[in-house]
Unconditional design. Structure first.
Length: 563
C-alpha cells in the first residue's frame, strides 16, 4: 500500500519556472490553425474534433503529462474540489494534494498550482475554437450541431474562468477584469490582450449561448455526456443568475427542466449508484473510462474516485486517498448539524456522534447504517491516518459519491473509480428558478423553494436557517436558497461561486469545528484567495494583462464564532 504525503511544507517549495508547462496551452494566439489545416474539413475530422471537446474533460493528465501523475491532475472534477475547499463547507483534515487551496498557500502567480486553470481551460477553449474555425462562418447542415456544442462548451469554460478570476461581481462592478478573451479571430494581439471586463465577458458568454441555442436546436444526443439544448438553457440560467438578471434566470432555469425529474431521497443515497451513474435528474455529466490514464496509471489514485469514494477494500485494493491513505474530505460539522434528521441528504454523511461512542462494536453497528463495510471506515482509513500521525475520526465522512460497480468495484479500484460525475442537475435549475422568482416576488420564490425542499425533507418548514452569520449580505430568502444549494450541491464545485456572488465570508472556527488547526479562519468578507491569480508567464508575455493581488492567508485560528 502506498503512502503519498504531499505536505504543506513541501508545497511551499514549489516556486518554479512554468515556461515549459504553458508553452503548449496559453491564451495568447488563435486556435491551432496548423492542426485545422492538417486534419482538413472532412466530415470525420470535424466529428472527431467535436467529440474531442467533451472527451478531454476528464481521464487524462492534461496538466503535467502521463509521466508526472499528480493526484490533482484529473480534469474538470478536480476544479470542483479546488474551489470548494477554499470555503467552509468542506473540511480537509489531512493536508495533501489540495492543501494549497484549503490553506491559501502557494496561490501566487509563480506557483505550479496557478498554472492549472490556465493549462486546462485554455486548452479546452482552444479545442472549441478549432471546431468553430473548421466550420467557418456558414456551417453546413451536418456541422450545425457540432458548432452548437463548441459554442456551448466555450461559454461553459469562460463562465468558470470569469467567476474564478474576477475580483468583483458583475453587479458590483461591470468594469472589473476577468481573463483575456481568445476567440480564434485574427485580430487578437497575443502580446497586448487585456483581461476582458465583466461586461465584455458576460456579453461574450451570452452571445456564444445564443449561437449554441440556434445551432444545437433539434440535436438528439445518445447520453448526458454531450450538451444539448437543455444544457444550453441551463448555462443561460447560470449566467443570468450570476449577473442578477432575475427574469431571464427564472425563464431559462424553467426551460432547462423539461424532461427531467428530481431525484428521490432513495436515489440520492443509493449505495450502488449514488452520484456515480446518470439518472433522470442529470442534465450533463462526464465519465471516467477503464482505459483512461487517470485510472490505469498511479494505481488509479490520480482520480476523482480516489478523492471522493471511501468504500474500497483495504486488504484487496489498498488504494485511494480517501479510502485507504487517511486523507478524505469531510462535510463541515456545523453545516451537517443544521441538516434536520428528516432530510434524506443527511444520510450522505457519517454522524459525528459515532466518534463519541465508547466501544468499537457500538461504532461498527452505527456505521452499518451507512455502508455494508463499516470495518473499512474504522480500520483501514483510520489505520492509515494514524500511520501518518493524525488523530482519525469518522464524523463527517461523505458517502454521497459512491464507488461504482457494487461489490466488484469495492474490491477493485480499477472498477470502483470508473465513475460518472454530474456537471449539471435539474435540482440546480429548481433552485435557480426559486431564487430568481423570489428576487422578483418573494412569496412566489418561497413557494418554489418549499416545493423543492419537501422533496428532500417532507417536514421542511421555511425560515429555519437564519443564523446571524447568513444575514451579513443577503435577505433571509436568499440565505434559505443558499443553504439549500450548499447541502444539495455539496462537492459539485459551486461553493466558491456562491460565496463570491452573494458577498459572503467564511466561518471555520467555532466550538466543535472539524476544520484543520491553524486554518480555522473566520472572515467577514469574501476571501481574497477566491480571486485566482493569473500565472506569471502570461503577464510577462502579455503586456496588457494585469493580475489579482497575491492572496495573504490569515495567521492562526480565529476566535470561535458563536452561532
Amino acid at each position: 500500500m502506498k503512502r503519498k504525503i504531499f505536505s504543506t511544507i513541501a508545497a511551499s517549495a514549489m516556486l518554479l519556472s512554468l515556461t515549459g508547462c504553458i508553452d503548449e496551452y496559453t491564451p495568447q494566439g488563435s486556435p491551432n490553425l496548423v492542426s485545422v489545416t492538417q486534419v482538413g474539413n472532412t466530415s470525420a475530422a470535424f466529428e472527431n474534433a467535436v467529440a474531442g471537446i467533451t472527451a478531454s474533460l476528464c481521464g487524462d493528465f492534461a496538466y503535467a503529462g502521463n509521466s508526472d501523475t499528480r493526484a490533482y491532475d484529473f480534469g474538470l472534477p478536480s476544479f470542483f474540489l479546488q474551489r470548494d475547499v477554499m470555503g467552509q463547507d468542506i473540511a480537509y483534515p489531512y493536508q495533501n494534494w489540495f492543501s494549497s487551496w484549503y490553506t491559501s498557500s502557494n496561490l501566487g502567480p509563480a506557483y505550479a498550482v496557478t498554472q492549472l486553470p490556465w493549462t486546462y481551460y485554455y486548452k479546452w477553449i482552444n479545442s472549441c475554437n478549432e471546431v468553430i474555425a473548421m466550420a467557418g462562418s456558414e456551417p453546413s447542415e451536418q456541422q450545425r450541431n457540432g458548432v452548437g456544442i463548441a459554442y456551448a462548451m466555450r461559454a461553459y469554460f469562460y463562465m468558470d474562468l470569469a467567476r474564478m478570476f474576477a475580483p468583483e461581481t458583475y453587479k458590483v462592478n461591470p468594469e472589473a477584469p476577468t481573463v483575456p478573451l481568445v476567440d480564434g479571430s485574427d485580430g487578437v494581439d497575443p502580446a497586448h490582450n487585456p483581461r476582458a471586463t465583466n461586461q465584455v465577458m458576460w456579453d461574450f458568454i451570452l452571445s456564444d449561448l445564443d449561437k449554441a441555442e440556434e445551432y444545437i436546436a433539434g440535436y438528439q444526443r445518445n447520453d448526458v455526456y454531450t450538451p444539448d439544448l437543455s444544457v444550453v438553457y441551463g448555462l443561460k440560467a447560470r449566467a443570468y443568475l450570476t449577473i442578477e438578471d432575475w427574469p431571464n434566470a427564472e425563464k431559462y432555469a424553467k426551460l432547462a427542466q423539461a424532461g427531467y425529474t428530481v431525484m428521490t431521497g432513495d436515489e440520492y443515497t443509493d449505495p450502488v449508484t449514488g452520484f456515480n451513474t446518470p439518472n433522470a435528474s442529470w442534465m450533463f455529466g462526464i465519465t471516467y473510462k477503464s482505459d483512461d490514464p487517470n485510472i490505469l496509471l498511479n494505481d488509479a489514485d490520480s482520480s476523482w474516485g480516489s478523492m471522493m469514494c471511501i468504500e474500497i477494500d483495504p486488504q484487496v485494493s489498498g488504494c485511494g486517498y480517501a479510502a485507504n491513505y487517511g486523507q478524505p474530505f469531510a462535510i463541515d460539522r456545523h453545516l451537517y448539524e443544521t441538516i434536520p434528521a428528516t432530510d434524506a441528504r443527511k444520510k450522505c454523511y457519517i454522524d459525528f456522534a459515532i466518534d463519541d461512542m465508547e466501544t468499537k462494536e457500538e461504532k461498527l453497528e452505527a456505521l452499518s447504517a451507512y455502508t455494508t463495510h463499516p470495518d473499512w471506515l474504522l480500520d483501514a482509513t483510520g489505520a492509515a491516518a494514524h500511520e501518518s500521525g493524525y488523530e482519525y475520526v469518522v464524523g463527517g465522512l461523505p458517502l454521497k459519491f459512491r464507488t461504482a460497480g457494487g461489490e466488484a468495484g469495492r474490491a477493485n479500484q480499477y472498477i470502483g473509480f470508473v465513475v460518472a460525475v454530474p456537471l449539471m442537475r435539474v435540482e440546480e435549475m429548481k433552485l435557480i428558478e426559486a431564487e430568481a422568482a423570489g428576487m422578483q416576488n418573494e412569496a412566489r420564490g418561497i413557494e418554489l423553494l418549499t416545493a423543492f425542499a419537501k422533496t428532500r425533507d417532507a417536514n421542511f418548514t421555511y425560515g429555519t436557517h437564519t443564523d446571524a452569520y447568513y444575514n451579513l449580505s443577503t435577505s433571509q430568502f436568499q440565505n434559505e436558497v443558499w443553504w439549500q444549494r450548499r447541502v444539495e450541491l455539496w462537492g459539485e464545485g459551486f461553493a466558491t461561486f456562491d460565496i463570491k456572488r452573494l458577498h459572503k465570508g467564511i466561518i471555520r472556527s467555532y466550538e466543535g469545528t472539524n476544520h484543520t488547526d491553524t486554518y480555522r479562519w473566520n472572515v467577514d468578507h469574501t476571501p481574497e484567495w477566491m480571486n485566482l491569480c493569473i500565472v506569471q508567464t502570461e503577464t510577462n508575455y502579455n503586456l496588457a494583462c494585469t493580475n489579482n493581488d497575491d492572496p495573504i492567508a490569515p495567521e492562526g485560528n480565529s476566535e470561535p464564532y458563536k452561532w
